[in-house]
Design a binder for this molecule. Structure first.
Ligand code: SF4
Length: 283
């Protein structure tokens, strides 16, 4: 028995999840959240995923199971993998969770990450706005809100990005993107737009992608996990640097205001001063 192949076949079945139907027959919310070219090719030339890719996909299912276990006995009214379709076009969303309040419907999208980002990724925001738009069309009398729950399964860390609301302008833009994707699926002569992002590193359609110069021969290494961690840490570092710059300016301003002659203040047991290079020093 080739156990690895058995595992790969099993995970392929799990990821082909029949609840989502045949994804080549509609444009889904994850399609509009990313690169149009990738979305089109995933429907017209579905890739054969490697085991590592299938395991990464499966992390999403695991995270959803955690949420299901946590909320199954609560008194909230909720639905899992709620399907919502556009009234005319083949556009659909399978929303991870919808919580049903008296006058509000709350969308919850679950994302697994290697490091919790400071702010939600643009693709998450686009995905949840498309979901909220479809839901609003079906429920004109209700207020539609949304949030994204990011889970780092390794570190056991979570972050809830809350406060999204249905926005007709954003939804309209995403409908146009969905129309472009569908037009390219129907007519392979129509050139699909590309949208580069860090996710290009894992895109199976990169070899021929016009967004990159693929004429160079580049050696390939199987170090996807390390690259994922690197990109996650880089995003966290960028956010940390922005926060650090803000706080540094805040402290400089506080010192200059409170003690312009001595250029030092006490914060609890610490003396905080600016040195001759205008750096913050904590003693
Ligand atoms: S490599 Fe990037 S830009 Fe090109 S198709 Fe893939 S996701 Fe799109």
């Amino acid at each position: 028995m080739d156990f690895i192949e058995l595992l790969r076949q099993g995970l392929m079945k799990l990821n082909d999840n029949s609840d989502l139907g045949n994804r080549s027959t509609y444009v889904g919310s994850s399609d509009v959240a990313g690169c149009p070219r990738k979305a089109v090719l995933s429907k017209t030339e579905p890739p054969d995923h490697e085991l590592a890719t299938l395991i990464r996909f499966s992390r999403g299912h695991l995270a959803e199971q955690l949420i299901l276990s946590a909320i199954k006995d609560t008194s909230y009214k909720w639905e899992y993998q709620k399907e919502v379709s556009h009234r005319e076009r083949p556009f659909k969303a399978h929303i991870d969770f919808v919580f049903n309040g008296k006058s509000v419907l709350m969308v919850l999208e679950v994302k697994t990450v290697s490091a919790i980002p400071k702010t939600p990724y643009e693709s998450w925001i686009q995905q949840i706005h498309f979901q909220m738009g479809l839901l609003q069309e079906k429920n004109p009398g209700k207020q539609i809100r949304g949030c994204v729950l990011a889970i780092d399964l390794n570190a056991g860390e979570i972050a809830l990005f809350n406060g999204f609301e249905y926005n007709s302008m954003l939804y309209e833009g995403l409908l146009q993107k969905a129309s472009h994707i569908w037009q390219c699926v129907l007519d392979t002569k129509v050139k699909s737009q590309t949208q580069t992002s860090p996710l290009c590193a894992w895109c199976q359609h990169r070899p021929e992608c016009p967004a990159y110069d693929n004429s160079m021969v580049i050696p390939e290494l199987p170090i996807e996990d390390e690259l994922t961690q690197y990109l996650g840490l880089k995003a966290t570092k960028k956010n940390s640097e922005t926060e650090l710059a803000k706080l540094t300016n805040f402290l400089r301003f506080a010192i200059a205001n409170a003690n312009p002659d001595g250029m030092a203040i006490k914060v609890g047991p610490n003396v905080v001063r600016t040195n001759e290079r205008n750096w913050i020093v904590v003693e």
